[in-house]
Design a binder for this molecule. Structure first.
Ligand code: MLT
Ligand code: ZN
Length: 459
């Protein structure tokens, strides 16, 4: 295998040392041990095409790898695969100010794209805590969401063109950056969110927007879970939100400890909401806050007075994932329609408190999008595999609630390896069969990201 790889890549771009295999063989998940055979670092499209064709001829399996910040094991190589890292395809290769379209290689880091946009007087709005290391190719492969979906949508909404190599090694240009294109099946959208199972993304044309007004952040202390949605409705009636996030007191405690921060206000509340909106709407926000106080939905609040205060308040929410990582959390990333959230929460909470009475459960998420992150924290005394097996056994009960509400078992982290066995709670048998049939069209020899997203046969 290595000799064959060396015919495509110079020796320095094929790694087989133990440290590299571990580092590039996994993402942020820790429940599956990495065991790839090699990691390769293509620099151009022709090398990726040659690699995929080689994999087809020789029966090699390929796992695409971006910033490796995934939380569902979508980029884990655990069975002798070749990891295809896009770290060296990390250039912005074109920009057109009239079209407001930037062309990036797959390995461009999200923050680099955001900064490039700002340098042009424009804005790339998709953002999340991992923006400093996640890559555009991975964001597209998982249709990443993040903290501003409520106003700006998902990664999908910003992709206007894609260059991909299919599983049989054919180069396909999808949509060519067009705004309007009514010429049949849009392969771009099929590739977005396909988790590297249909094609390898080489380049993307991304749309940029006009920059928003300066933003103001408000953090509110909330007494009852159910009231969070009342607060959302009250603010949405008064102004246009660019974020509406929530977190529990346990989540806040973990961030305060981990980052050595101060509480947003003296009194602890069971839950918190973080809102972001245009500075020009501060008056409307203050009036909505007072209305919420009068209803007893909110018990305290703080409003940022400067950009740096806004950044500090965001840390309380964005620091959660990193702060709980040392507890090897078992992650649930579920969603329902916003209107279903109150009832859904009551039902999920009943499962959680009966099945995890002895464990810390950390709640947070993008509640304005109906997306909840429910993280079960591993106690020190339990080893990782016993803990994960226990959580895995309990997951179906949570997913039955998701299914009853026609929700999603993976709202934004993807299915990968970790949620694959549960796909049936969100996608019907017919849909899963159609997915496998599509896989057979784009990747007939099953060389791309094996075992991710779909169970191979009838599951
Ligand atoms: C977040 O919302 O913080 C991210 O999705 C990461 C996580 O869920 O841990
Ligand atoms: Zn999230």
């Amino acid at each position: 295998m290595i000799d064959a790889l060396n015919e495509i890549f110079s020796a320095a771009r094929v790694r087989t040392d133990a440290e590299s295999l571990t580092a590039w063989g996994r993402d942020w998940t820790r429940s599956v041990a990495p065991a790839p055979a090699a990691v390769v670092f293509p620099e151009q499209a022709s090398e990726v095409v040659a690699l995929v064709r080689l994999a087809n001829r020789r029966g090699f399996k390929l796992v695409p790898s971006g910033g490796r910040t995934g939380l569902s094991g979508g980029a884990v190589a655990s069975a002798g695969e070749i990891v295809v890292s896009f770290d060296r395809m990390n250039r912005i290769v074109g920009f057109n100010a009239t079209d407001r379209i930037v062309r990036c290689q797959a390995g461009v880091v999200t923050r680099v794209l955001q900064e490039f946009a700002a340098d042009q007087g424009l804005y790339y709005p998709v953002d999340f805590a991992s923006s400093g290391s996640s890559q555009i190719g991975g964001n597209i492969a998982t249709n990443a969401g993040g903290i501003r979906v409520i106003r700006h949508g998902l990664t999908r909404d910003w992709v206007v063109g894609l260059t991909v190599v299919t599983g049989s090694g054919e180069l396909v240009e999808c949509n060519h950056g067009l705004t309007k294109n009514a010429t049949g099946y849009d392969f771009r959208h099929l590739m977005i969110g396909s988790e590297g199972t249909l094609g390898l993304i080489l380049e993307a044309e991304m749309r940029l927007a006009a920059p928003p007004e300066p933003q103001t952040v408000m953090v509110l202390g909330i007494n009852r879970f159910g009231d969070i949605l009342e607060v959302l409705a009250c603010f949405q009636a008064a102004l246009s939100l660019s974020a509406f996030e929530f977190f529990s007191e346990l989540a806040l405690t973990k961030v305060l400890e981990h980052r050595q921060l101060r509480r947003p206000f003296a009194r602890a509340a069971p839950f918190y909401a973080l809102l972001e909106f245009d500075q020009g709407e501060t008056e409307q926000a203050t009036a909505a806050f007072e209305a919420c106080l009068a209803q007893n939905w909110v018990e305290d609040g703080v409003l940022s007075q400067s950009e740096s205060q806004a950044r500090d308040l965001w840390q309380l929410r964005e620091g959660i994932s990193e702060s709980i990582a040392p507890f090897t959390p078992y992650k649930n990333d579920v969603s329902v329609k916003v209107s279903q959230v109150p009832q859904f929460l009551v039902e999920v909470e009943a499962v959680v408190s009966s099945r995890y009475p002895d464990l810390e459960v950390c709640w947070y998420g993008h509640i304005g999008d109906g997306n909840l992150h429910l993280n079960i924290l591993k106690p020190d005394a339990l080893d990782v595999s016993t803990f994960y097996e226990r959580c895995h056994r309990i997951s179906p009960q949570i997913f039955e609630v998701v299914e009853r509400h026609s929700g999603s078992i993976s709202a934004e982290h993807g299915v990968g390896l970790l949620k694959r066995d549960f796909l049936g709670y969100s996608r019907t048998r017919v849909e899963r069969r159609l997915m496998r049939q599509l896989k057979a069209v784009f990747d007939p020899n099953q060389v791309l990201n094996p075992g991710k997203l779909l169970v191979a046969d009838s599951g």
